[in-house]
Design a protein around this ligand. Structure first.
Ligand code: HEC
Ligand SMILES: [Cu+2]
Length: 503
């Protein structure tokens, strides 16, 4: 703007016209006027805004159809080349108990029975006739505010509906983009916190470019009386919500919403599009996929496309469209890169990519060696190679005490201080049938690491535990501690036993 010397000439009249519409327009116009006057042009505001609203508000509709709505992670078929139409759609509000995490349940309030709610897919110019039904078994009135709607409350007032009632309202979608919808019934924060949000896509004319796979993912934060993982039916906690201190931050409504049997799947070479939204109610998401780079991001779900993005910021009540090609087979891990949320509050999902390896793109580990910093004269062998150790004869109690200290340094980050592990990532050591069944196998896991599929207490894990660089003494102590904690079988592991397992 520094090179612009002309004063914005038609600013004054425009401010008069728009003053009722608030500061938002004032700012846009100010910027716009400066730009326009720089060009010396005398464009009317009509032209300035014409790329979206004005043009599509007048678009003609041809025919009508019943819209398909889908549950996450599925999305309805693309609009393709179809003309704007009259679209009929129905959504049922259901209050229901469902699983938040293993052993933890929650009373969700939902659009269509799922969190997030059913996905709505339209194109610009569509005239939508939206019927909202509040199931008679529900306890509360609800409504819907669609961010894609231009009009009072995004439809909130027109859709306010008591249990056992239904309402129909109508709107024309005039701005292309990906938009959040949510319940806006008081207390609004509570309705959103209980899961009342979803996405509505408004495709541009001609549709989005075709891709091989499309997925629907939303993040949300949840506030419960009990801490993360505390079993039982957990009630909503208003104070934690006001403090913005969630116990759960999850994808698609629960800790297991996008992993285990709910993991997403794709094949190598496929182009993938994720419609990602953030229901909040409070937290912004630093959305990231471990092991991928977004080739394209439709920033904030709008028309601007950014390229080659690692992490995209999606505000509460906002969305983004992410596109990439799955080049190599791997488990891509979807996270909120505010990383404690991923590993301690549930914001972790998996997109399993299977297919041919592609060493051109990723060769995996190609060599392992002993790292000797430059200038080091004495060759130190890693501890695991230590053969000679001063003989000790600690009592069991001493081993448990020494082992506990070591556990808090070497194991706790993955297996957690209470030995419960992290669902779908790190198996539990507490009452672990795998651990208790075979002490030599546990020693080997520490000496040589552990990878490939294993089953612990009925749950499958397929991950990698790195070899621990510990002496025989240390392995003995930490395992004795583990075996004598959390209702495990009380084994005593001696340094002798560890030594015998070294190859
Ligand atoms: C970097 C994370 C990490 C650290 C640190 C770690 N583990 Fe593990 N551990 C894992 C993973 C992942 C698995 C499952 C491996 C698989 O899926 O094959 C595992 C599996 C195990 C198992 C067998 C499965 C079970 O639950 O009984 C034992 C026993 C174990 N670890 C003990 C330990 C001990 C003791 C320490 C500390 C000395 C430790 N681990 C440190 C990640 C870790
Ligand atoms: Cu509601």
């Amino acid at each position: 703007m520094a090179s612009c010397s002309k004063k914005p000439i038609h600013m004054e009249t425009e401010i008069k016209i728009y003053s009722k519409n608030g500061l938002k327009y004032l700012f846009i116009l100010l910027m716009g006027s400066i730009l326009l006057s720089c060009n010396g042009g005398k464009l009317e505001h009509q032209n300035y805004f014409s790329s979206s609203a004005d043009k599509y508000a007048n678009i003609k509709i041809f025919g009508e159809e019943q819209a398909v709505l889908t549950s996450p992670p599925l999305v309805p078929p693309p609009v393709g080349n179809r003309p704007a139409k009259k679209l009929y759609m129905e959504m049922e509000i259901i209050e229901k108990e469902a699983e938040m995490a293993d052993g933890v349940s929650y009373l969700y309030w939902t659009f269509g029975g799922t969190v997030p709610g059913s996905f709505v897919r339209t194109r610009v110019g569509d005239l939508v006739e939206f019927k909202i039904k509040n199931h008679p078994d529900n306890k509360l009135p609800h409504n819907i505010d669609l961010h894609a709607v231009t009009g009072q409350g995004g439809g909130a007032e027109a859709s306010f509906v008591a249990p056992g009632q239904e309402k129909t309202f109508s709107f024309k979608v005039i701005n292309p983009g990906l938009y959040v919808y949510h319940c806006a019934t008081a207390p609004v924060g509570m309705h959103i916190a209980n899961g009342m949000y979803g996405l509505i896509l408004v495709e541009p004319e001609g549709g989005l470019p075709p891709v091989d796979k499309e997925f629907y993912v939303m993040q949300g934060d949840f506030y419960t009386d009990g801490k993360f993982g505390q079993p039982g039916l957990q009630p909503f906690n208003m104070q934690k919500a006001i403090d913005e201190n969630p116990d759960y931050v999850v994808f698609n409504g629960s800790v297991n919403g996008l992993n285990g049997e709910n993991a997403l799947a794709a094949n190598t070479g496929e182009s993938i599009r994720i419609f990602f939204g953030n229901g909040g109610p409070n937290l912004a998401s630093s959305f990231h996929v471990i092991g991928e780079i977004f080739d394209k991001v439709y920033v904030e779900g709008g028309s601007q496309i950014n390229a080659n993005v690692q992490t995209t910021l999606v505000p509460a009540g906002g969305a983004a469209i992410l596109e990439f090609v799955a080049d190599v087979p791997s488990n891509l891990v979807l996270v909120d890169h505010s990383i404690f949320r991923a590993f301690n509050k549930g914001a972790l999902g998996v997109l399993a990519v299977s297919g041919e390896e592609n060493p051109q793109v990723f060769a995996g580990e190609i060599m392992e060696g002993i790292y000797l910093p430059e200038g080091s004269v004495i060759q130190n062998m890693p501890k695991s190679e230590l053969e000679i150790e001063a003989p000790t004869d600690l009592s069991k109690a001493d081993r448990i005490e020494a082992g506990k200290k070591l556990y808090m340094q070497a194991c706790f980050a993955c297996h957690q201080s209470n030995g419960e592990g992290v669902p779908n990532a790190f198996p539990p050591l507490a009452q672990s049938d795998y651990l208790n069944a075979d002490v030599n196998r546990s020693i080997d896991a520490l000496l040589y690491g552990l990878s490939g599929e294993i089953e612990v207490n009925g749950k499958k894990y397929n991950s990698i535990m790195p070899a621990q660089q510990l002496s025989n003494e240390e392995v003995a102590n930490v395992l004795t501690y583990v075996y004598n904690s959390w209702n495990n079988n009380g084994n005593l592991v001696s340094p002798e036993m560890v030594k015998n397992r070294r190859k």
